[in-house]
Design a protein around this ligand. Structure first.
Ligand SMILES: C[S@@+](CC[C@H](N)C(=O)[O-])C[C@H]1O[C@@H](n2cnc3c(N)ncnc32)[C@H](O)[C@@H]1O
Length: 229
């Protein structure tokens, strides 16, 4: 049966959320096979730190420090529950922070509104030649991106914040086809601006993502992004 009280509570929440989606949300059964390569977010983060001789790293959402512990430069890790070295939400961190960073990894609450805020706050404190990396940008099915969440393995709707970022003039945004989709944001003129107007990004449909993900997310291979970052 259930392993512990925490998991039992979660399973119950997932069931309630499934009923909610059954009644009120988009229905779409097709899945995407992204053919992700075997590269991990840590490979990309370590590569960009080494290549650009970065000195400072910020991670939003650290969980069990799978990545955070392996970063060997000056670092801050933000998480309200576990891991890192700043025990609060990203909003609280940004409210009081005075530091700037070379590499920022956004992997906290995987919901559009929060990811959008985390991106905007991160841009403000990113050093000139810095990079922002985001995890979980490519959900392979509608259930992987449902908000509220219905399953343990979950990407959330991070992708909607990436689509919005793709329309901004002052940043360049890509999505690497590795490790559930790694968003990459550089602070420079947008060289391939996405023109989609009159949109409420939060209400974008998974069907739209399914049909257009390559263009709207600007997908790129791991090898190609290494030349860019
Ligand atoms: C997917 S895990 C992070 C995994 C980790 N970055 C890694 O690469 O292994 C997401 C984490 O985000 C944290 N989190 C949730 N809401 C957050 C928030 N508002 N601000 C910062 N972290 C948050 C959770 O507590 C959880 O530990």
């Amino acid at each position: 049966m259930f392993k512990n009280k925490f998991e039992q509570g979660r399973k119950f929440n997932f069931l309630i959320n499934k009923i909610y989606h059954l009644l009120f949300s988009e229905k779409f059964s097709k899945k995407i096979n992204f053919n992700f390569d075997n590269k991990h977010r840590l490979d990309l983060i370590k590569y960009v730190i080494r290549k650009n001789d970065y000195k400072t790293y910020l991670e939003i959402g650290c969980h069990n420090n799978e990545v955070f512990d392996k970063i060997e430069i000056e670092k801050v890790g933000v998480d309200p529950e576990s891991g890192g070295n700043f025990r609060d939400t990203s909003d609280k961190f940004f409210e009081q922070n005075k530091l700037k960073f070379d590499c920022i990894f956004i992997d906290g609450l995987h919901e559009y509104d929060q990811v959008r805020k985390d991106i905007l706050n991160s841009i403000k404190i990113l050093n000139k030649n810095g990079v922002i990396i985001l995890h979980d940008c490519l959900p392979s099915s509608i259930n992987h991106q449902r908000v509220p969440r219905t399953r343990y393995i979950w990407n959330g709707d991070v992708w909607k914040a990436i689509v919005e970022a793709r329309t901004w003039q002052h940043i360049n945004t890509y999505t690497v086809l590795s490790d559930q989709g790694l968003g990459v944001i550089k602070k420079e003129k947008n060289s391939m601006i996405l023109n989609i107007e009159n949109l409420t990004y939060k209400n974008l449909k998974y069907k739209f993502f399914y049909e257009n993900y390559s263009k709207i997310m600007r997908t790129i291979s791991y090898e190609k992004i290494l030349e860019i970052i």
